[in-house]
Ligand binder design. Structure first.
Ligand code: SAM
Length: 284
């Protein structure tokens, strides 16, 4: 009987998820991080950066739909979008499904992630990197927003966790520079961890964003391979009415967009902003 090969995530001391691995497809230490791509019988292909699960073929739709369609349908007329991180291409793919989006700039620090995800996760980007509306910048998101000449209606920060190259994307300086890239009435959303496991990240982000925006809060999405319960996605805008929209406001925009989703819908859009008391208690 051949021994099963198991890969365990190394994000938390004393608690982990493990994957049976049928094949190690790629492994390389880039100039920024350790990149692994494995084939698993249960979740399909899985990418890890510095031992932390970034995306899987089986559950990526939940995260990418919630990070993209909630802000883009909340915004009355999103034309220009900035993506920070997102090297696997899933965010870019979903943004480009919105035909009213005219331009997307994506700032990704690691070219290797884009290259390897094009090869091993072709459905994630699904040709998005070649879309004429997409402008791909290889660089640090921190530097980009600090020197930003363009402005955007929606900014989506799809970074790794605040360790390694992603750490700078959770600082007050970054958030302040990032806001200079946002048009009036714009929306910023960001991956902000799993509150049951990383509650301090919610407190820190809320404190920092509340100093910059009229409305700073979170919405939730249950991504199975971001373990420990649902994850919180940071939300910030100076137009507080955008978080108060009803399914009746959102549903017509979804219908007009003319594409199907597997997780996101108008009721989920509104319900996602409802935070349980233990998460409310984390808000500074
Ligand atoms: N969905 C994942 C999550 O929630 O953890 C994130 C996936 S995506 C692969 C994360 C991307 O952020 C990676 O491609 C990584 O290279 C990129 N990244 C990390 N730090 C960055 C920085 N400072 N500037 C731009 N991209 C960065």
């Amino acid at each position: 009987m051949t021994e099963k090969k198991i890969v365990s995530e190394t994000l938390y001391d004393g608690y982990a998820q493990s994957f049976e691995v049928s094949e190690l497809l790629f492994e390389f230490r880039t100039e920024h991080q350790h990149l692994e791509i494995v084939e698993t019988p249960f979740m399909g292909r899985v990418m890890l950066l510095d031992g932390i699960v970034q995306t899987t073929e089986k559950d990526e739709f939940i995260y990418h739909e919630m990070m993209v369609h909630l802000p883009l349908f909340a915004h009355p007329n999103p034309r220009r979008v900035l993506i920070i991180g997102g090297g696997d291409g899933g965010i870019l793919r979903e943004v480009l499904r919105h035909k009213n989006v005219e331009h997307v700039t994506q700032v990704e620090i690691d070219q290797s992630v884009i290259d390897m995800c094009k090869t091993y996760f072709p459905k994630h980007s699904d040709g998005a990197f070649d879309d004429p509306r997409a402008n791909i910048v290889i660089g640090d998101g921190k530097d980009f927003v600090a020197n930003c000449q363009d402005t955007f209606d929606v900014i989506i920060s799809d970074s790794t966790d605040p360790i390694g190259p992603g750490e700078v994307l959770f600082t007050s300086d970054f958030y302040a520079d990032e806001k200079t890239c946002l048009n009036p009435g714009g929306i910023m959303v960001a991956q902000n961890g799993v509150p049951f496991m990383q509650g301090q990240e919610v407190t820190n982000t809320h404190r920092r964003l509340s100093k910059l925006y009229q409305d700073a809060s979170f919405y939730v999405a249950p991504v199975p391979t971001y373990i420990g319960g649902f994850m919180t996605l940071a939300w910030a805008t100076d137009d507080a009415s955008l978080r108060q929209q009803t399914p009746a406001d959102i549903a017509p925009r979804i219908a007009a967009a003319g594409f199907a989703t597997r997780y996101y819908n108008a009721d989920i859009h509104v319900a996602a902003f409802a935070l349980p008391n233990y998460v409310r208690a984390l808000l500074s």
